[in-house]
Design a binder for this molecule. Structure first.
Ligand code: SF4
Length: 217
């Protein structure tokens, strides 16, 4: 497998935000979101076997009583690499809770059922609209999360209508609305979290506002 980095940090997003977590970042992505903050993972990477990734994860997880038990497979787009389901299975077998972050463009049904799938639906102003694999709606369930990264009012309205049309809050554990975080170098603008919060409250949406905790820390 091609790996950009394996590291331990604090989970920044989703319902496990704030928990210690090991991240396995796979190299390569077939999309080009305008606000992508992991473009460094598009190319290159170091070749690892599934066993080598599991060994490095175990090393970072630490010993016995204080072992980190949460692992996220991310990217790039992790579902582009054919061994990703085998990697997830290997980490599950080692006793980890395994999360996967995916763009939603690839079918997630090839992953082991126990994997917590955090599936994006790309909004119009991401630059990658209409890329969501609709078959994923049948492959996600009560432990999974659907995430919309929102940069404009148009994105917000798209997310609101998509979530309603497909009854997402009934299908998955949590629907996440996350504002785009402005690029520190000015390459793309952000959306104020307060603005998104006001829209969510005005419409009474049963979604979770997601802030990227790792960017704060
Ligand atoms: S899908 Fe993710 S990694 Fe790929 S371009 Fe979009 S934000 Fe970046």
């Amino acid at each position: 497998m091609f790996i950009t980095e394996i590291f331990k940090s604090i989970q920044g997003e989703g319902t496990r935000a704030g928990l210690p977590c090991i991240f396995v970042r796979l190299t390569g992505c077939n999309l080009r979101c305008t606000w992508c903050d992991t473009a460094y993972a598009f190319h290159g990477g170091t070749k690892y076997s599934v066993d080598e990734i599991a060994e490095e994860t175990d090393r970072l997880a630490g010993p016995g009583g204080h072992r980190v038990t949460l692992v996220e497979i991310t990217g790039g787009e992790p579902l582009l690499q054919p061994e990703t389901p085998a990697l997830a299975q290997r980490l599950l077998a080692a006793g980890y809770t395994v999360l996967i972050e995916t763009s939603g463009e690839r079918f997630v049904g090839s992953l082991p059922a126990e994997v917590v799938k955090i599936v994006d639906v790309k909004c119009p102003d991401s630059g990658e609209p209409d890329t969501f694999e609709m078959a994923n709606l049948k492959a996600i369930g009560p432990q999974d999360e659907v995430k919309f990264v929102i940069s404009t009012r148009r994105d917000y309205e798209f997310a609101r209508e998509f979530a309603r049309a497909h009854r997402l809050t009934e299908r998955v554990h949590e629907v996440l609305f996350s504002p785009v975080f402005a690029d520190p170098a000015g390459a793309w603008p952000g959306l104020e979290a307060r603005q998104l919060a006001e829209w969510i409250l005005a419409d009474g949406l049963p979604v979770r506002l997601g802030l990227q905790l790792h960017k704060v820390i």
